[in-house]
Design a protein around this ligand. Structure first.
Ligand code: SRM
Ligand code: SF4
Length: 526
């Protein structure tokens, strides 16, 4: 059992009755569009953030109105895979309950913005009816598990996707709070949530056998990479698995990485981005147990007093990799193997058409900053809806905020191609290589932490840089460029070749020199 840490969030978790708080009462209060301060922390565990439209904050204040509150909902999509029906459901929820757009995030998830309080419950219920959920999409728990969306090796993709789903299920919170609050089963009775039992037998808390009532000290992120692609940016995450292959498609195990993270605070030298370390090797059968052990070590050794130093990267930095590995091995009851050789070549996506060994086709399209919406000259959202109506394969969200229309049979290819052409998506990747390797976080107007613009500004900056690149003959040279509206690093700017990090409106720190495969941190240049 963890002891109560000094950081304010620890007290909120402690008093929350396993993430219930007073969320139900807050939803019923129609006098305000907001929830109480403590409940705002708790709803994160349910995949929900309270926000307000920052573009009109001043105007509302002048009129003595409360801020224009609404909520962001993050949908958990293990491995980023969605069926066409699920795509249609997300599209409908965006139109009916949110601001009409879908955001594909840097962690292979869907986000809806602008959901008002009275629409929250039906949105979450409909997301669950679509067989997705939002539990643990945010909060101090293991979040959406990412994996390489690899369209080329379908057997390998199948295996890593299965592992991503298993880890995601296994590390999900067990509390019945989510179902009680958001999903009425009509009986008025508390919903009993059952999952597979923990693999490590030290159950201190029957309600939350893996996490305990204080959950983790901070957010926790897991990814699976398949070399030579590092599209999931494994070095930026708490826990990672690097698939080790023998032959073309035989996964013999995984190198396990720990301790990556991007977030820092301007002016606080105790906070910093950190690349993950390779800790050892495990077999496919051991992978979930190792994940659970890493979570438990972070649960017990992470810093619960100072929240800015609570991420796993600081735990690994403080303990040292060897001591951390010792604790993990103690819990696992077996030793990790020596890491195997691997090589990453890049962290970008492979655009355009690819045919796999089964003869199926996959189309990776560029979605600038993950913003799926219709504009006057680019009806992308409508086009994807029309494709989803006839598509029989799946959609895969990439960790670079792009989209793969996947598993298109040879018979269906012409029909999909026609729709891609009709809705102007067929040449989505006919852009400069700089733009194709660009990424920006949401920032203004919804993100409460943004210090500067990001997704609304980077496209214009890239247009200006394109002219410089054209003059230099570099239009087709892939260079990663990423922008964030604050130092939290949601678009992983510190491992891009060019990174812009917001300091204040119109002001950015410029970082240069990250590795093309996401394997090296950049340096502050100006
Ligand atoms: Fe993030 C907080 C958006 C990926 C590091 N992030 C936020 C919040 C929720 C702001 C808040 O706390 O109020 C942002 C909501 C903005 C909005 O209006 O939607 C936000 N983060 C995003 C997304 C949507 C950016 C995007 O444009 O795609 C990404 C959602 C991913 C997902 O589906 O789960 C997103 N955030 C990341 C990443 C990238 C990654 O994980 O690969 C990072 C850096 C890696 C890491 O975790 O170190 C990241 N977000 C943060 C941090 C800093 C954490 C830290 O260690 O200090 C915060 C702030 C916090 O946690 O206190 C944050
Ligand atoms: Fe908001 Fe900062 Fe994340 Fe951008 S990097 S979405 S500004 S928290």
């Amino acid at each position: 059992m963890t002891t109560l840490g000094k950081s304010a969030n620890e007290g909120i978790k402690d008093a929350s009755q396993y993430l219930r708080g007073t969320i139900l009462e807050g939803l019923a209060n129609t006098a305000t569009g907001s929830l109480s301060k403590d409940d705002q922390q708790l709803t994160k565990f349910h995949g929900i953030y309270q926000q307000d439209d920052r573009d009109i904050r001043k105007e509302r204040r002048a009129k003595k109105l409360e801020p224009a509150y609404s909520f962001m909902i993050r949908v958990r999509v293990p491995g980023g895979v969605s069926s066409p029906q699920q795509w249609l459901d997300m599209d409908r929820i965006a139109q009916e309950h949110a601001n009409g757009a879908i955001k594909l995030t840097t962690r292979q998830a869907f986000q809806f913005h602008g959901v008002i309080k009275s629409n929250l419950k039906k949105s979450i219920a409909e997301i669950n009816e679509a067989l997705f959920d939002t539990l643990a999409a945010c909060g101090d728990v293991n979040r959406n598990v990412m994996c390489n969306p690899n369209p080329m090796q379908s057997k390998v993709h199948g295996e890593v996707l299965q592992l991503a789903t298993e880890i995601s299920d296994h590390l999900s919170p067990r509390t019945g709070a989510y179902h009680e609050i958001w999903i009425d089963d009509g009986t008025g009775e508390k919903v009993k949530v059952t999952y597979d039992p923990p693999r490590i037998d030290d159950i201190a808390d029957p309600e939350e056998p893996i996490y305990g009532k204080h959950y983790l000290p901070r957010k926790f992120k897991t990814v699976i990479a398949v070399p030579p692609s590092n599209d999931v940016d494994i070095y930026a995450h708490c826990l990672g698995y690097i698939a080790i292959l023998e032959g073309d498609d035989n996964i013999v195990g995984y190198n396990v990485t720990v301790g990556g993270g991007m977030g820092m605070t301007h002016g606080n030298e105790d906070t910093f981005p950190r690349l993950a370390d390779v800790m050892g090797f495990c077999t496919p059968e051991q992978a979930v147990t190792v994940g659970e052990a890493v979570v438990r070590v972070q649960r017990d050794f992470g810093n619960r007093d100072v929240r800015t130093n609570a991420r796993l990267k600081y735990t690994v930095e403080r303990m040292g990799l060897d001591a951390f590995r010792d604790e993990v091995e103690k819990l696992c009851g077996f030793k990790l193997g020596k890491p195997r050789d691997f090589t990453f070549e890049d962290n970008g996506d492979r655009y355009g058409w690819i045919e796999d060994h089964l003869g199926n086709h996959h189309y990776t399209m560029f979605v600038e900053n993950g913003r799926v919406r219709d504009t006057d000259d680019y009806p992308m959202m409508t086009g994807l809806r029309e494709i989803a109506k006839v598509h029989e394969g799946d959609f895969r969200l990439t960790a670079n905020q792009n989209l793969i229309i996947s598993n298109i049979s040879p018979e269906k290819k012409k029909e999909i191609e026609k729709l891609l052409t009709e809705y102007k998506m067929i040449d989505s990747h006919e852009r400069s290589a700089l733009r194709l390797n660009s990424m920006a976080c949401v920032a203004l107007p919804t993100c409460g932490l943004a210090l500067a613009e990001s997704q609304r500004y980077l496209p214009d900056l890239v247009s200006e840089l394109d002219e410089v690149l054209d003059d230099a003959g570099l239009r087709h040279d892939a260079i990663t460029i990423r922008m964030t509206g604050c130092p939290n690093g949601c678009a992983r700017p510190y491992i891009a070749e060019i990174g812009f990090v917001g300091r204040a409106p119109g002001k950015y720190n410029l970082y240069l020199g990250g590795g093309f495969a996401g394997q090296r941190l950049s340096k502050l240049y100006a």
